[in-house]
Design a protein around this ligand. Structure first.
Ligand code: ACM
Length: 532
């Protein structure tokens, strides 16, 4: 072997030193004052250090375990913040993601986030946990990243330690796509926004008197006829099964499970007009008082007048087919059967049968609280909305009590185009926030927006935001750790982000909404993003 010349050996040695010193990440302390972070929802435990660090110009994301997808989320986030970073499965980067079963004390969705002179480290036992650690980090980065408008300035991150686990497993919203239709594009947008604030269940109210919004291949007229109508001035339309699945994958990548609702045996006129022979009694005695007669559409807002012909056993063929198809296309564990606002001697029999059909297809039933008047299975989940039903079963509950969570009600007294039946003076941000559950079997909270008057995307945004920030915090943060004044101050700190994201929120009084660039576009930094 030929001897290497001395200068080559020296160059190689110098390179080796340079490479190994690259492994020692050492972020430098900035002279800037440490800004207290204003995170929503408030983390369970947050220890703020004394200094801030300047993010260096050269960055590497490292991950362990199965955290490759999370590394892509982080890469996308940093890219939006003007911090380009490479990704590798080594352990040497200044941005580290650790996924490990040994962190099981963090549960299904918890995470640990550390920022120190070694850089940023996020640890969790699950992908969901890492995802939420990244969402928290997102709120520590400049809001302008949401719209890709970050200025070329040093990015500072405070020294901190966060250990964070959600209080409730169910942190949801519900969109009524039946009265007025909201399409795939809007629903994806809504999912992006929910995920930013760590919400994880999107309930779709897919069917009602005014419209049927999900393709059922065995009963095509449901969408051909029933999908073609809407509430007065509302939008008609429906989701194909392919669109539904696309939304579901998009949501799943953001730790959000879709909960489909087929509302039965009442609120069913769109189906009754699509299949009048099969689903109605002779002379339409099941439609009373008669607000519409098949095949005419219904555009009104009155409830409680339509139902299946419950004495006709053939309706169960329909119910079975619909629940089978919904179970086949739904990856989440739940099917919501509605069950609200209808009187019939056979109501309880229907609900028990529908619950059993859902279980036959391997899913768990959810129903509005009225279903607990019947001896349903104890695996059923009751969604409480008026709180007046005396349940005959001991089941878990989702809290959607109208006076706190029905966000179709006015933001402030007198707001136009709002419902007002449970609170005539509206439901303020503070009233949403004030909710505390007394029920020992509470799974969590969910805020519906019914769309009798919510007929545009802008109105849907206005009803959900900023009040969904309060719902997100009730869902995530333990009641003892919540404080409205502190929350309100943090909402103020979120304004720049909400503006950059292009949300058409309601301008709640007392908040200065003129922060940063208000965009008309949907600009979420993760809009459209799917990690491979
Ligand atoms: C409902 O508001 N009818 C559940």
């Amino acid at each position: 072997m030929k001897k290497k010349p001395l200068y080559l050996i020296l160059v190689m040695a110098a390179l080796l030193v340079a490479c190994s010193s690259e492994k020692e990440v050492q972020w430098s302390v900035s002279q800037a004052e440490v800004q207290a972070p204003a995170i929503i929802p408030q983390p369970q435990q947050l220890e703020l250090g004394e200094v801030a660090y300047e993010v260096p110009s050269d960055n590497q994301i490292s991950y362990t375990g199965e955290a490759a997808a999370s590394a892509r989320w982080l890469e996308q986030l940093l890219d939006g913040a003007g911090i380009p970073a490479g990704v590798s499965s080594s352990q040497t980067g200044g941005w580290q993601l650790h996924l490990s079963d040994t962190l099981s004390q963090l549960g299904e969705e918890g995470y640990r986030l550390d920022i120190s002179d070694r850089g940023v480290q996020i640890q969790a036992a699950t992908q969901a946990g890492l995802f939420y650690g990244i969402q928290t980090l997102r709120q520590l980065l400049p809001a302008a990243l949401e719209s890709g408008q970050v200025e070329n300035q040093p990015v500072l991150l405070p020294e901190l330690h966060i250990e964070d686990v959600p209080h409730y497993s169910w942190r949801g919203t519900m969109v009524d796509v039946a009265r007025s239709f909201f399409d795939l594009e809007y629903l994806k947008k809504h999912v992006d926004r929910m995920a930013t604030y760590k919400m994880n269940r999107l309930h779709l109210h897919l069917t009602d008197d005014q419209g049927w919004r999900i393709e059922i291949k065995g009963w095509p007229k449901l969408t051909e006829v029933g999908g073609d109508s809407a509430v007065k001035d509302g939008r008609s339309g429906y989701l194909t099964q392919e669109e539904y699945k696309e939304l579901q994958s998009y949501a799943a990548a953001r730790n959000i499970i879709i909960v489909p609702e087929i509302d039965m045996p009442g609120h069913i006129y769109a189906a009754l007009r699509s299949y009048p022979e099969e689903l109605n009694c002779p002379d339409y005695t099941n439609i009373a008082p008669r607000r519409a007669t098949p095949p005419e559409p219904y555009h009104g807002t009155t409830v409680g007048w339509s139902k299946f012909c419950l004495e006709n056993p053939a309706i169960y063929d329909f119910v079975t087919d619909v629940i089978r198809e919904m179970s086949e296309i739904t990856t989440g564990p739940w099917i919501h059967i509605g069950g609200d606002e209808i009187q019939d001697p056979r109501y309880e029999e229907f609900v028990v049968k529908a619950d059993s059909i859902v279980q036959d297809f391997g899913k768990t039933t959810i129903g509005w609280e009225e279903v607990t008047k019947a001896e349903v299975s104890n695996s059923l989940i009751s969604q409480v909305w008026h709180g007046r039903v005396e349940s005959v079963v001991d089941v878990e509950v989702i809290q959607s009590i109208c006076g706190h969570f029905y966000l179709d009600h006015a933001n402030v007294e007198g707001q136009e185009h709002t419902n007002n039946w449970c609170k005539s003076d509206g439901i303020t941000l503070e009233e949403v926030y004030d909710f505390k559950s007394e029920h020992p079997r509470t799974l969590g909270v969910e805020a519906p927006v019914w769309s009798e008057f919510v007929i545009t995307d802008e109105r849907m945004d206005d009803r959900f935001w900023p009040r969904s920030l309060a719902v997100a915090e009730i869902g995530w943060t333990a009641p003892d750790a919540r404080n409205y004044e502190d929350f309100f101050e943090r909402v103020q700190q979120q304004v720049g982000r909400l503006n950059a994201m292009g949300i058409h929120y309601y301008e709640t009084p007392g908040i200065d909404w003129q922060q940063g660039q208000r965009s008309d576009q949907h600009n979420d930094v993760f809009a459209g993003f799917m990690p491979e």
